[in-house]
Design a protein around this ligand. Sequence first.
Ligand SMILES: [Zn+2]
Length: 199
Amino acid sequence: MEKWTGCPICGSPKVRVQHPTRHALDHCGLTGVILEGNGVVLTDCDACGEQTSTIRNEAQLLQCLGLMIILSGPGLTGEELGYMRSLCEMSQEDLATAIGRSRRETIADWEARGTQPVFRAPFDELNLRVVLMSLFQKKVVESKWCCLAPRHLDQFHAARRDFISRVDQMLTPREPHGPRSLKRIKSSGEWAAVRKRAA
Ligand SMILES: [Zn+2]
């Protein structure tokens, strides 16, 4: 852990340094983010009058916030959507395309809901959640910028296994099929689908 002996702006030793145990994170795009522990350093300089706040391992913190959104239940808010989109470095247009919407304005409208949920019913946000999870995997977890710890990655992969594999099946368009064949099994009397042999 580095020592703070001078003002990070002017270098003066006449600087007050604080390590708050509880700090409200501003400017991250999300409302009500509190940082606990010793992850924040605040300086207040008598010489130049500047105040600074420094978050240790900030890159991981920002990705960890994204992971928390991915892992949370339904009720995605407008600001959470905006946060995930910028974390994944997507424009509103990019995201609209990714979820099969033609209008950038749709995303803008959703994000404008702020701290309110984007959708009324959990089912309505399923498609968006699947896309966000895939984007998070591609743009954060598998990127060279990934700062997440093994513990975070385990959480992500477990959630992905549980959630996306099932949902993917439901959302993947099936192959066009011909007639359905069913056959009654003599021994049990049950009806069963006749599996087509792979061509
Ligand atoms: Zn200073």
